[in-house]
Every structure is written in structure tokens, then in C-alpha cells.
Ligand binder design. Structure first.
Ligand SMILES: [Zn+2]
Length: 143
């Protein structure tokens, strides 16, 4: 594992809950990256004790919605010429379509293949979503 102290141009995902970094790393496909990436686990955080950090020496496209679902407390820093030019805080989206699937075997989405999986945010604090078809409640931060 390589630690990059400064990035010339790329993305630093900071304030990831300790232990969640691997999920984001894998979701972004960084295990297969051919550019420099670093997953730093259990870094000391002034605010929260321990945190994970991901450094990416490249500009990549990613879905903020999904990152918000994995961990809504993260900060995404966009770096250019070794300076942070933008800080993004992902928010839990009010509606989620076709990102996560309902696991209820009796749900219509489990039976019909061509249906769009739709979820509505019911509790922002807890990160809870409700399936629009069967009313199952999901807590995506644990998925
Ligand atoms: Zn459902």
C-alpha cells in the first residue's frame, strides 16, 4: 500500500467511517485501477477518532448518490495543482432508482424482471428508505 502525501491532480475522499473505505474503494473499481490510488485505513481523525481516506491520482467519474448511500458523512475533495479546488458533501438522495434492489422475496420487484426498483427516503438521520412497492424499510448505510 502506497501513501500519497500530496496529489497533483485527482480526488481525495476524506472522513470515511473507519471500515467503510474498502466498500467505496471496491465500488469505484479502484482495485483494478492502473493509476495511483491509496486506501488509508484507521487514520487518526480530530473529530471522530478513526477514519478511512481514499486518495486517487486521477480524475474519475463517480456517482455521488451511491457514495452518499454508502457513507453520507464523507467529504470529497477535488484537487488540481496540489490545491483543493472543490469540496463536495454528498447528501442522501430523496429518491433512489435502480441502485439498490429490494430483498423482500414477496415484493413485485423480485418477481418481475423489468421493473424499476424505487425507494423513498423516510428518515434522513437514520438513512432509512422505503421500497415503493412493498413498503419494506431499508437502512442503506448497513448494506
Ligand atoms: Zn420491495
Amino acid at each position: 500500500m502506497v501513501t500519497i502525501n500530496s496529489i497533483k491532480r485527482g480526488i481525495v475522499i476524506d472522513h470515511i467511517e473507519a471500515g467503510q473505505g474498502v466498500k467505496i474503494f471496491n465500488y469505484l473499481g479502484l482495485d483494478k485501477a492502473d493509476f495511483t490510488v491509496a486506501l488509508i485505513k484507521n487514520a487518526t481523525s480530530k473529530k471522530h477518532g478513526k477514519k478511512d481516506i481514499i486518495k486517487i491520482e486521477n480524475v474519475i467519474d463517480f456517482d455521488l448518490t451511491v457514495l452518499g448511500l454508502i457513507d453520507s458523512n464523507i467529504t470529497i475533495n477535488i484537487i488540481e495543482e496540489e490545491v483543493i479546488i472543490e469540496k463536495i458533501k454528498p447528501e442522501l438522495p430523496k429518491r433512489v432508482e435502480d441502485i439498490i434492489k429490494c430483498k423482500n422475496p414477496r415484493c413485485v420487484t423480485s418477481v418481475e424482471r423489468d421493473i424499476v426498483h424505487r425507494f423513498v427516503l423516510v428518515d434522513r438521520k437514520k438513512g432509512q428508505y422505503r421500497c415503493e412497492y412493498c413498503d419494506e424499510i431499508y437502512h442503506f448505510l448497513e448494506v
